[in-house]
Write a protein that binds this ligand. Structure first.
Ligand SMILES: [Zn+2]
Length: 448
C-alpha cells in the first residue's frame, strides 16, 4: 500500500509534513487507515520505512544482476556510436560503417588542428548525428573522444572493466586524442574568459546577479551577468569602478592620528585589566586556600566522630563545588585577558593600510580588502557602486564620518572591567557614542 503512496523517502517525509501542517487530515487504504494522532504518525512512518526497504531491495537486486553482467565483461548499457546492441545475443557488436568513421574522427582530432565543432561537422557530413537528428553538440564530442570504451575498456559504477567486445581504437590513438583535448581545453579557456580583477565581487542592484567583465576595444567593462531576460543596467568602465571602490575603501580607513589614539587606549586598557585580573586571581586564590583549610577541618571533625557522616558529605560537596567554580573562573579570566589585544591591534594595522591600498593600482589587493570590508554587501546601480561595511568596519566608518564634522572632540573610553571583549570600548564624540565591537579570529584571514 504505502509503496504506492510514497515512491521514495522524500515523498514519505512530505506526506508526514503535510499531516503536521494539518493539510492532510486522514488517509485510507484497503488494509490500513491513518489518523493524525502521534500513534497514527508513528505507524505511518513505519509503513513508509517498510516501503523504502521494499524499493531499496528491488533496486539492489537489479544492481546485482547488472554487476554480474559487468563481471563477465558485458557492457550493461546502451552501446556508444560505432557499436550496436545485439538484442538476440544480448551483446555489443561493432557497427562496421560507423566504427570506421569514429576511428577517422579520433585520427583527425589527434592531429591537433581541429576544434570540437570541426569534429562535429566531420561526423555530420558522414551521417552521424544526434538522436534528435542534429549535429552532435561539442560537449558530446568531448565525451566521445574521451570514452575509453573504444579501446576495449568500459566504465561502470565509477570503475574501469575489461570488455568482451572488439575494440576499434588503439590505446595509442586514444592517448593522443586525450593529449589534444587537454591542450586545446587550456588555450580555449584562456582566450575566452580571462577573469578580471573585480569579477565575483559586486552584485547587480537590479537583479542580484554577479557583475562580470568583458574586454572591448582595449578597455575592460563591467556589467551584470544576467543574459537571457534583459537587465537594464548599463556597463561601467574599469577605471571608473576602480575609482569608486577606492573611495569606498578609503571611507573605512583609519587616519594615523586615530590609530595612535586607539592603540594608546588599548595599551591603557590592557594594563588596567591586567591589574584587575591580578586582583581577582589573588582574591580567588585566597578563597581557595580558605576552602582547603575548611575541608581539612571538616575531615578532622569527621574522623574524630564530632560530625555526622551525612553532614560531612553535604558540607564536603558544597565546598568542592565552590572550589571548582573558582578554578574555572580563574582560567576563564586569564584566557580572556590575553585574547583580545592582538586582534584589535591587527584591525588597526589593516585599517591603516587601507589608505595605501585605496591609493595604489593593485586591483586584486583592492578586491581582497573590499571583500573583507563589505562581505557580500557590494552593489552596482546605474554605474554607481554602493556597499555597507560589515563589523568592525561599520564603527570605523561612523567614527570617521563624525570626526570629519567635529574635529578634536573625541575621547576614547574603554569599557572597564574584567571582560574587555564585549564590547571592547566606546569612541565618544561630543554627542555620539560609538561602540567598538569585539574582535574575533576574522583578522587572521587578511593578508598582511
Ligand atoms: Zn542585473
Amino acid at each position: 500500500m504505502s509503496d504506492r503512496l510514497a515512491r521514495n523517502s522524500v515523498d514519505g517525509g512530505q506526506i508526514i509534513y503535510l499531516i503536521d501542517c494539518g493539510r492532510i487530515v486522514a488517509l485510507k487504504f484497503p488494509q490500513f487507515w491513518f489518523e493524525p494522532t502521534p500513534q497514527g504518525k508513528f505507524m505511518l512512518n513505519i509503513a513508509f520505512g517498510q516501503s523504502k526497504y521494499y524499493v531499496d531491495s528491488l533496486s539492489e537486486n537489479t544492481k546485482r544482476g547488472l554487476r554480474q553482467k559487468v563481471r563477465r565483461g558485458e557492457y550493461p548499457s546502451l552501446a556508444p556510436i560505432g557499436y550496436i546492441n545485439d538484442v538476440r545475443t544480448k551483446t555489443i557488436v561493432v557497427d562496421r560503417k560507423k566504427a570506421k568513421i569514429t576511428k577517422e574522427a579520433f585520427e583527425l582530432y589527434a592531429e591537433g588542428a581541429s576544434r570540437l565543432e570541426d569534429i562535429s561537422n566531420f561526423l555530420a557530413q558522414r551521417g552521424i548525428l544526434s538522436r534528435g537528428g542534429k549535429k552532435i553538440h561539442k560537449t558530446r564530442v568531448t565525451f566521445i573522444l574521451s570514452n575509453p570504451f573504444y579501446t576495449g575498456l568500459f566504465k561502470y559504477d565509477g570503475e574501469l572493466h575489461e570488455g568482451k567486445y572488439e575494440p576499434i581504437i588503439s590505446k595509442k590513438l586514444f592517448d593522443s586524442a586525450q593529449e589534444v583535448l587537454k591542450q586545446r581545453g587550456k588555450t580555449q579557456r584562456k582566450q575566452k574568459n580571462e577573469p578580471q580583477a573585480f569579477c565575483g565581487l559586486i552584485e547587480c542592484a537590479e537583479c542580484g546577479m554577479m557583475i562580470t567583465a568583458e574586454k572591448q576595444k582595449g578597455h575592460i567593462y563591467y556589467r551584470c551577468s544576467k543574459k537571457k531576460i534583459k537587465c537594464t543596467q548599463p556597463y561601467i568602465r574599469e577605471e571608473e569602478l576602480d575609482r569608486q571602490l577606492s573611495a569606498l575603501i578609503q571611507r573605512v580607513s583609519l587616519s594615523q592620528k586615530w590609530a595612535d589614539k586607539l592603540l594608546e587606549m588599548a595599551e591603557r586598557d590592557k594594563e588596567m585589566s591586567a591589574q584587575s585580573c591580578f586582583a581577582f586571581v589573588q582574591k580567588a586564590q585566597n578563597k581557595i586556600h580558605a576552602i582547603n583549610t575548611k575541608l581539612q577541618r571538616l575531615l578532622d571533625g569527621y574522623l574524630e566522630q564530632d560530625i555526622e557522616r551525612e553532614i560531612y558529605r553535604e558540607q564536603k560537596t558544597k565546598l568542592l563545588l565552590e572550589k571548582k567554580s573558582l578554578d574555572e573562573q580563574m582560567a576563564r579570566i586569564e584566557q580572556k585577558q590575553n585574547n583580545w589585544l592582538e586582534p584589535f591591534q591587527n584591525w588597526i594595522k589593516v585599517s591603516l593600510t587601507l589608505v595605501k591600498i585605496a591609493r595604489d593600482n593593485n586591483l586584486l589587493a583592492k578586491k581582497v580588502v573590499a571583500k573583507e570590508i563589505f562581505g557580500s554587501n557590494l552593489h552596482l546601480n546605474a554605474r554607481e557602486a554602493r556597499g555597507n561595511p560589515v563589523q568592525p568596519y561599520i564603527s570605523a566608518l561612523r567614527a570617521a564620518e563624525l570626526v570629519g564634522k567635529k574635529t578634536e572632540s573625541l575621547i576614547l573610553v574603554p569599557e572597564v572591567g574584567l571582560e574587555p571583549t564585549r564590547p571592547f570600548g566606546h569612541i565618544i564624540l561630543s554627542d555620539a557614542r560609538i561602540p567598538i565591537p569585539p574582535f574575533g579570529h576574522f583578522f587572521n584571514l587578511l593578508p598582511l
